[in-house]
Design a protein around this ligand. Sequence first.
Ligand code: CO8
Length: 273
Amino acid sequence: MVELKSEDKIKYTINGPFFVIKLDNPKNLNAMTREDYLYLGQLLEKSENNPDVYFTVLTSTGRFFSSGADFANITAKNENSNDPELTKWLSNFVATNLYVTDMFARHSKVLICCLNGPSIGMSAAIVALCDIVYSKNDLVYLLFPFASLGLITEGATSVTLPRKINDNVAYEKLIFSQPFKYDVLKGNIIVKNYKIEDTDEFNSAVLKDLSEKIKYLHLPSCLGMKNLIHSSLRDEIIRVNSIEVNDALKFWLQGEPQRRFKQLLLKERSHKL
Ligand code: CO8
């Protein structure tokens, strides 16, 4: 199978003050390779550096927002490399996660997520890193299957989930690898449910509403407030991000995540939803 380039799977458009990113690989539920996550980080940087942009809007396609790290890509990186294990996982995991999470933490534009469906793993962590999340319907969920994949919290979920939901719910769902369903997400991570069935219609409805909402606003004020509201969480995310990836490294060096990702690839493992 020919591997698609990240540019073909993740598109972007600039529409006035909105930098709109679209995950566009619904065939595998918008699973992301390491290269895709890095490309997403680069797009955030592009948005960051554009003085006409005030909002970075994440959208997706199909029935899932994203099914997380692409298990075929992780398995291939594991099996097709002769690098020493430390070199391999420092580059494939530590550097990648550190960079992507940091890009989100430091992003000064307002981060909006149009959650069209479930999101899993690192991609669910990205949803939790956004400032405002709208959902397509009440079937969305966030699943962080770190415990069932031999991993630990990543993408700063050790702080975003306790801060945005609450400590005890975060403990239970993370430790037992259970989904955070709509009833748990509403009112804290999800601020509005659009109750729309079609993903394209949902994305258009959110963008139309955003255009209405910003009429008459002084947009630099929006960024000024984002900066103030986000400042303490940003510092926490930056601190915990480095601890998370370095703590996770020993799990990769022991090989448990690789074994479990391979089981996902071979359809010998499935998540409890
Ligand atoms: N990677 C690759 N392909 C995927 C993925 C994935 N993560 N998820 C789904 N697909 C593919 C399936 O293989 C299937 O392809 P095909 O039709 O060719 O068999 C297609 O998408 C549709 O999937 P399903 O038939 O399984 O659809 P279901 O609705 O039955 O199930 C699920 C959907 C629940 C999402 C299920 O597919 C699943 O559990 N997928 C795996 C999710 C997962 O565990 N992701 C990894 C999370 S951990 C993480 O992101 C942290 C990564 C840290 C490393 C980062 C380094 C860059």
